[in-house]
Design a protein around this ligand. Structure first.
Ligand code: GLY
Length: 563
């Protein structure tokens, strides 16, 4: 461990894992008059910071970081998936870009039901039929409208990383090893970069020539270099090797949607988050408002009272998710009503400090859990005060596990985020109904919650995390840790987290969650289940004087880079 002071930095608390010569993991930075990037991988954060140094703004940097993540963080970084961007410019302009995957034209409501009408989650989670039409590359091009630099420059760091290779971290090595068998099951190609005869270990160099060539095609031909021509042909041939249904026409017709941000006030903050088809912003608004009715700040962080209030807010919000939320281009968008005080005060009436509210009393009952913590988040602020929060995903770890042969990138398994049969839980244990049923071209409901808090009109916090359905609850807790419990960014991000999602009835809690809180709540009827980790939150806080405090979650290889 070593402390390094960066030129121009007000104060820098940095430590590096010197285990790998070229990978420095920086967990926390305090700086002024400089841009910062926080992401799941040090090389991706550095790619973004390099773009800031070249004169790019936050939107340029977030694109370069995403391209780099597609190379150095193949478990969730992607060009074969989708995501959401929430931006606030220093002019006050707010915008969101929805580059969520869509159901292919040939998709249908019951496509994952077997002959007996039983949902087959293996089809929706693994292999070619699980893949939604990727949106990421179209999203990166849509983001250019807000940036300053050409795509040719933004993609170059990723091309270099793919072509020359990079030293993998211990976490990545472990994950690759665990997935060798399933990669081989779904990929016949012997040229696949992710499979090798001997176990992966930290420091091994991962070279991805096919991916480098795919990125070069995008560099040369723009979005068409992905959605048409050689890469599109390779993707469609990959579909035909199994039961995939994405066609050239699906790829050509993919469109991003710029949506009005979901905005609401919480105490002296104005919150800007992602609207449907992500449930993230809506759930966040519901949870903050409901726990606000109990004056959450009166209680201690992670005390039994505070946690009970928050669990009950989470329970009610997630029951609404299952019933009402889906792609607003296909269903009636009830957001305004669902976040109104008129609705939420009534919903909160059943809260009782004496006992847990049974989930059956806040929504229709349907069973079961399952957990996964994929997806990845990037928080950026540039020296001019432009902010970007992006969450992007392949859905599961390495998505469908299918790599496009000849093109070198993983395809998502985002179709599993639809309600494949009303009442059947997806890989996150979330159940859904008609609002999120499959239809051609529809976007599957997401939980991603890229969020920016403003104070006096200026970015105060940029935050987000991976974690499937645990995303909105981790973002919620990270925000109240700062706003209500007055913690700094480091404590807020790394504090033990919990998660409840209406169904199952159990509350997940990280291993280091206070045992006294758990036993007090168990006495009131709450059932806790210990989980390894919840989220990997990337947070930037900016105070009134422009001092920036950026924190990368301690749960992974996440890292901050300064321009
Ligand atoms: N695939 C995780 C999400 O969109 O929430």
């Amino acid at each position: 461990m070593k402390n390094i002071f960066l030129a121009g930095a007000l104060l820098v608390c940095q430590f590096s894992w010197a285990q790998y010569t070229d990978i420095n993991i920086v967990k926390e930075v305090k700086v002024k008059n400089k841009g910062v990037v926080v992401s799941a991988h040090p090389l991706a954060s550095e790619a973004g910071a390099k773009i800031l140094k070249m004169g790019g703004n936050a939107y340029d940097a977030v694109v370069a970081t995403q391209y780099a993540l597609a190379v150095v963080y193949p478990q969730a970084g992607n060009i074969g998936g989708g995501g959401f961007l929430v931006g606030v410019k220093n002019t006050g302009e707010k915008f969101t870009i929805d580059y969520r995957e869509t159901a292919p034209a040939k998709a249908s409501r019951d496509m994952y039901l077997d002959k007996k009408g039983k949902a087959n989650t293996d089809w929706s989670q693994n292999g070619r039929l699980a893949v939604g039409v990727p949106g990421s590359v179209a999203g990166f091009f849509a983001t250019l409208k807000y940036g300053k630099l050409p795509m040719k420059k933004l993609i170059q760091p990723a091309i270099d990383l793919a072509e020359k290779g990079f030293a993998i971290t211990e976490q990545e090595a472990n994950l690759l090893n665990v997935h060798q068998e399933i990669f081989q099951k779904h990929n016949a190609s012997t040229s696949m970069a992710f499979v090798k005869n001997t176990p992966w270990k930290a420091g091994d160099i991962l070279v991805q020539k096919e991916l480098a060539n795919t990125l070069k095609l995008i560099q040369q031909s723009g979005a068409k270099g992905f959605y048409e021509g050689k890469t599109a042909d390779l993707l469609v041939s990959e579909m035909k090797k199994g039961n995939g249904i994405i066609t050239l026409d699906d790829l050509k017709k993919y469109k991003v949607v710029e949506r009005k941000a979901l905005e609401f006030d919480y105490k002296d903050n104005h919150i800007v988050s992602m609207p449907l088809p992500s449930s993230g912003g809506l759930l966040l608004a519901q949870m903050l408002k409901m726990s606000g009715y109990e004056n959450l700040e009166k209680y201690q962080q992670n005390s039994a009272q505070a946690v009970q209030i928050m669990i009950e807010a989470e329970r009610r919000a997630f029951a609404d998710r299952a019933e009402y939320m889906g792609d607003p281009d296909f269903i009636e968008d009830k957001t305004a009503y669902l976040i109104s005080d008129e609705y939420l005060r009534n919903r909160w009436k059943s809260f009782n400090f004496n006992k847990a509210t049974p989930s059956s009393e806040v929504g229709k009952i349907i069973p079961q859990p399952k957990e996964s913590t994929e997806t990845t988040h990037i928080s950026v602020i540039d020296k001019d005060g432009n902010a970007a929060a992006v969450t992007t995903t392949l859905n599961g770890l390495y998505g469908s596990k299918v790599v496009v042969s000849g093109a070198g990138f993983f395809l998502n398994n985002e179709m599993d985020d639809f309600s494949i049969k009303p009442g059947v839980p997806n890989m996150f244990g979330a159940v859904g109904g008609e609002a999120n049923s499959i239809q051609p071209h529809k976007r599957m409901l997401s939980s991603m919650t890229p969020t920016i808090l403003l104070k006096n009109g200026k970015p105060y916090m940029v935050v987000g995390t991976p974690g499937g359905t645990t995303i909105p609850t981790s973002v919620y807790q990270s925000i109240v840790n700062v706003v209500d419990f007055k913690q700094n960014a480091n404590i807020s991000v790394n504090a033990p987290k919990f998660h409840h999602q209406w169904l199952p009835e159990t509350v997940m809690a990280e291993g280091n969650f206070p045992a006294t809180t758990i036993s007090e709540l168990a006495a009131k009827g709450y059932i806790f289940e210990k989980v390894r980790q919840l989220g990997r939150t990337e947070m930037i806080l900016i105070d009134d004087n422009g001092n920036i405090h950026a924190v990368a979650d301690g749960r992974g290889d996440d890292s901050v880079a300064v321009e």
